[in-house]
Each structure stands twice: as C-alpha cells, then as structure tokens.
Design a protein around this ligand. Structure first.
Ligand code: NAD
Length: 377
C-alpha cells in the first residue's frame, strides 16, 4: 500500500507528519512512501533526506494514489477532494466544534483518525501526540518568556554586581507545565507552580519547584478517573484567585497551561492581577486557543497590558518544528504500524481495536465516533 506525506496547506504550520526515520520504518514494513515536494522544509528535512530514507518525492496530485495520508492538521476542503475513497487519514483533526468538516470527511469516504483522541493508556503512550507536543510547548513557552524578559534568568554574582534569579510561576502542572518548570529550573530561575490536582504536588516538588495551592476538600477530589482536572466551583476559584493575586505580585514570569477537557480554559489571571505584577514582567498563556487563562491575552499576539508583556503565541511546538515533527512523526508511525499486515505490506483497519474506536471519526461514508453522533456498535 501507498503512504502519502502531505505538505501542510496551512502556511502557518511548519511541522510535517513524517521524518526520515519513520519513512525508513514504513518502507521496511513494505509500504511505498510518497512525500509531497517541500513537505519537510519547515522542519529542516530536505526532499533529498526523505529520498535517501526510501521515499519518492511527489506532487499534490499523488495524494489520489494514497491508501494512507499522514498530516499534521485536518485536511482542508480542497485537500479532501484530492483523497481517494477508502483512504485512511491520520492527523490532529481538531474535531470539537468542527462537525461540518467531519461530515465532509465522511462524505469523501475516508477513514479519518483524530490523533489527539488517543487514549492515555500504557499501550498508546508512544502514540500520544498531545503529550509529545505539549511537552515541547512547555519548553518553548519558557524560551519565549526568557526572550521577552529583558533580564537574565539565573542569579549571577559578578565583580560588577549581582543579578537576582528570575521568579517563575507555572499555573497548571500537566505535561506542558511540568516541562515549563524543568526548563525554567535549567535556566536558573526560582520556580513555583500550582495545580488543582493533588497528584501534581509531588511531581512539582520532584522538579525542585515550590507547590502553591488551595488544598481544601475540593482540591483533594479534583482529579477525574482519567487523570484530568474537573472544573472547580466558584468558591474554590475565589480562594484560588486570592492566593494567586498575592503570589503573582512577586513574580517576574508566569506561564499558564490550565485546561479542562471539553470546557473553556479556566480564567486564572484577571486584569487586576496583571496590574499587580511588576512592570517588565512577562506572562505566557498556553491556553489562549481555548479561551485563555489570562484576561486580555490574544490568540497569536503579544500585547503589553499595564506594563506586563502578555504572550499569546499559537502553535508553540511549530516554533521548534524540527523537534516537534520528529516526535509527532514517530507518534503517527507507531499507530500506523498497528494497522499494517507485515506479510503483505497492506494496511487494514480493525474497527474493534480500542485505539481505533477511540480515534476513528469517520469510516465507510459515515461519522462513527460516538462523541460526534456516530452510532456505537
Ligand atoms: P491538560 O492539558 O488537560 O491540563 C493542564 C493542567 O492544568 C492539568 O495538570 C490540570 O490539572 C491543570 N488545571 C486545570 N484546571 C486548573 C485550575 N483551575 N487551576 C490550576 N490548574 C488547573 O492536562 P495534561 O497535561 O494533558 O495532563 C493531564 C493528566 O494526564 C496528568 O495527570 C498527566 O500526568 C496525565 N497524563 C497521562 C499520560 C499517560 O498515562 N499515558 C500521558 C499524558 C498525560
């Protein structure tokens, strides 16, 4: 069977869904790999590097030949037209609120998988695109903050005087937050962090950061069975806000990463709290795409609010695309490998597999995912 690696049609997306390593692995499985010309350019992977790994370089028209298409983002309406019926598409489909796009995928007869719906179980750890990309986003958030800060991060004792260590506060200590903590620590900052899940406390401490949170009865029950945070009550939010307002006034850099599955991001920093920060402080809102943790943060923009630089950059993993693509490509390859028959080199979807059930959005002309109106069998 033939696998097609698309060049992303969104000009703001530099990542690519394959690497020379995964191309080599796919050809070893007996698959023919076609890479759209220039697909790796934004991730420092040349056509020659893909070729040397065993791929053929093709054009957009070659998508029609593909049994499997690997992408970073959901195919556009134009992209969909170039797919053959029955083709499998693996991408971050961003399905919530995009039901018309799902209907278009179904109508085209493709089997579309939303990689971000991969269950967070041991078997699927190496296919977990949310984790691989959030980890890099957490790293890059601190790099961007440091770049905008205008001061050094570590304490420096020099003959000309002492520079104080920057104080960094990370809100939300999931995958992105924990990497932000680790990165800020490596740069020599004094780091503190907060979360509503009690499990985060030990993880924050193990990275050498101070844990700050309202640890009441609601906090003790804030983690769902799936390991995610619940939406907190108004009372809890008020207590948290008071604690944060005081703490934040002493910080130089704040990185927010708080998300609640299926809900808007919780508002953690108000305009008043920003006002309480020292001029020259920096705040990075990683949740800006989902409504934002910081009041006034704007998707895709950096704004200065009351002397505080508020960074709302989108697609932070895309700003370290070479690393992000490497990990993303491996996530997709690992999932695809589960569908390849090693004897014949053909790809077959087992609709009863739990990973397939969790991620398949469309199949055989219909929407099949129960979260989007599909019928469960
Ligand atoms: P996420 O992106 O959904 O949220 C980021 C963080 O924000 C979470 O830690 C969450 O608790 C926190 N948060 C939510 N509301 C908050 C509030 N009001 N105030 C402060 N913090 C708030 O989370 P994630 O990074 O995807 O991680 C979620 C969980 O899944 C974690 O426990 C993580 O360790 C776990 N996980 C498990 C696996 C696996 O087992 N394969 C893989 C990845 C992550």
């Amino acid at each position: 069977d033939t696998v097609y690696i698309a060049k992303e049609s969104d000009a703001l997306e530099p990542r690519v869904a394959a690497s020379p390593d995964t191309v080599k692995r796919m050809t070893a499985l007996g698959l023919d790999v076609i890479v759209q010309k220039g697909a790796g350019a934004g991730s420092q992977i040349s056509d020659e590097a893909f070729q040397a790994a065993g791929a053929r370089i093709g054009t957009a028209a070659d998508a029609k030949k593909a049994d499997v298409v690997l992408r970073v983002r959901r195919p556009s309406d134009t992209d969909i037209k170039s797919l053959k019926a029955g083709a499998i598409v693996l991408a971050q489909m961003d399905p919530y609120g995009n039901e018309p796009a799902l209907a278009a995928l179904a109508k085209a007869g493709v089997t579309a998988f939303a990689m971000e719906l991969m269950p967070r179980i041991t078997r699927a750890q190496s296919m977990d695109v949310l984790s691989s990309q959030a980890n890099l986003a957490g790293y890059q958030a601190v790099i961007e903050a440091a770049h905008s800060f205008g001061r050094a991060m570590p304490m420096m004792m020099t003959a000309a005087g002492t520079v104080a260590a920057a104080k960094v506060f990370v809100m939300g200590a999931g995958v992105a937050g924990l990497q932000a903590i680790a990165t800020a620590r490596r740069l020599g900052a004094a780091v503190s962090a907060t979360d509503v899940r009690p499990a985060a406390k030990e993880q924050v401490a193990s990275l050498g950061a101070k844990f700050i949170a309202v640890e009441d009865d609601e906090f003790k029950a804030a983690e769902t069975a799936g390991g995610y945070a619940k939406e907190m009550s108004k009372e809890y939010q008020a207590k948290q806000a008071a604690l944060v307002a005081d703490h934040i006034s002493k910080q130089d850099i704040v990185v927010t990463t708080a998300l609640i599955p299926g809900r808007p991001a919780p508002r953690l920093i108000s305009r008043d709290m920003l006002k309480g920060m020292k001029p020259g402080s920096v705040a990075v809102d990683l949740a800006v795409e989902r409504g934002g943790n910081i009041e006034g943060a704007r998707p895709g923009e950096t704004v200065v609010i009351d002397g505080v630089t508020v960074i709302g950059l989108l697609n932070l993993p895309g700003r370290i695309a070479a690393s992000a693509s490497l990990l993303y490509a491996k996530n997709l390859y690992t999932f695809l490998e589960t569908m390849v028959d090693k004897e014949s080199g053909s790809v077959k979807v087992n609709m009863d597999d739990e990973l397939v059930k969790a991620t398949a959005l469309t199949h055989a002309g219909a929407i099949v995912h129960p979260a989007f109106g599909g019928q469960t069998s």
